[in-house]
Design a protein around this ligand. Sequence first.
Ligand code: SAH
Ligand code: F3S
Length: 498
Amino acid sequence: MSVTVFNPRINNDAAVAKTTAAAPAVTALKEPSSAQSPVHSTPPKKVFVTTQGCQMNVYDSGKMLDVLGDSHGMEVTHDIDEADVLLMNTCSIREKAQEKVFSELGRWRKLKEKRPDLVIGVGGCVASQEGDNIQKRAPYVDMVFGPQTLHRLPELYDQSNEQRDVSPKNRIGTIDVSFPSIEKFDFLPEPRVEGYKAFVSIMEGCSKYCSFCVVPYTRGEELSRPLDDVLAEIDSLAAQGIREINLLGQNVNGYRGEKDDGSVCRFAELLHYVSHVDGVERIRYTTSHPLEFTDDIIDAYAQLPELVSHLHLPVQSGSNAILAAMKRNHTIDVYINQINKLKAIRPDIHLSSDFIIGFPGETDEHFQETLNLAKALNFDHSYSFIYSKRPGTPAAELPDDVSFTTKKARLAEFQKVIIDSTLAKTHEMIGTTTRVLVEQIANRHPDCLIGTADNTRTVMFPYDEEQMNELLGKIVSVRVTDFVSPHMVKGELIEVLA
Ligand code: SAH
Ligand code: F3S
């Protein structure tokens, strides 16, 4: 494998240094720092958040806690009974997730009956889709905000406190599910650092409009964060000890971030920039689309050892007819060709994917093609879901003559193939050495440290106590000796790599 000679930051250090210096000091969940914040003589309020759905939502929930910590000095609690503010970050990707919102809110209503001061907020994609319908169905909800307006939570909170006695339909400023461009990032405090891995959102929304998917309607069209903003966040995370960066977005390889000089930075170039941040030893990204999985991204795997040997590339179906009906705009040949090119560069690449089973019009033959693709590509793991009709999406209008019983049977058959290949891949690790980012002492085995391998398997290995501090946060090489579970292996430490 060739080693990188391309250093895009060589002529750009001044610009990056400037943005780094301008980054705010670490403020998350500490004493209030913004001008609007009162000085608290009473104990800090406690906030509890539940998160449904994708990694973007996990990231957004962290940001919600950050903004309330920064503006109101609120502290996080994992105990709902001691919380003053309850936040629900919702997902509407499938019907089941959406149904859960109102059943969970029903439980929160009972808590509020006992503790009328409780403030309840609903955010995320269901909030974005339903807007003021949320308060029509659940009038005890105090604030409603979307994925793009979570930075306005402090104002929504103040407004809802001021208007506690006003009926929900007459309240002003307690609902905001707009898409105010990408301004959210300008208002977020410095990220909190826990452990050695961090997500960094590089873009919001999606403009692919796959016919089954609600994301473009709930999160809006694709908008990329400017390059310097992304790099400033990563610089600061790395300075706080983060070793692995996971670049986050619904369609990360559609990244088109503005550079200082007004030109556009595409995803492959961003990967080069990130790999040159001091301290960043590993780069992952979630999620990409085959349509924009271009050769320059594949070439980056030859040039950047920091890119992990794992790719999550959703394909959704193994049938060209279904892919066309899904408006994925590529064929299976294109997908296989991309994987083969990548394997030529990185023979040890691990693959995972997303599949939708039982899309309207899926025949037995189409399903067979999906099974065949999964068997041929031997995925390390994959996510598979029964198609869920989403109101407002084009696929919701398609006739669907596949019975739910057939869909369930197909999903079970499909998942068996996926589970078998996951198990086989984990067993194949035995006897090999694998790169592991060491993260912590194993909860149930305090004589072992655990970390994550490139292929996302958890790896545990025994250590000497005096070694511990020099191992935590390091990339090490481990020889795998035992199978523990489908996603976990045990091994022995060989050496510290970085
Ligand atoms: N941006 C990603 C996917 C985001 S949604 C991409 O490029 O594909 C995460 C996964 O949820 C999708 O990959 C898809 O497999 C699944 N999904 C989305 N809409 C769905 C629906 N209506 N029914 C069932 N699964 C769905
Ligand atoms: Fe959804 Fe397709 Fe975008 S699955 S998130 S519309 S790439």
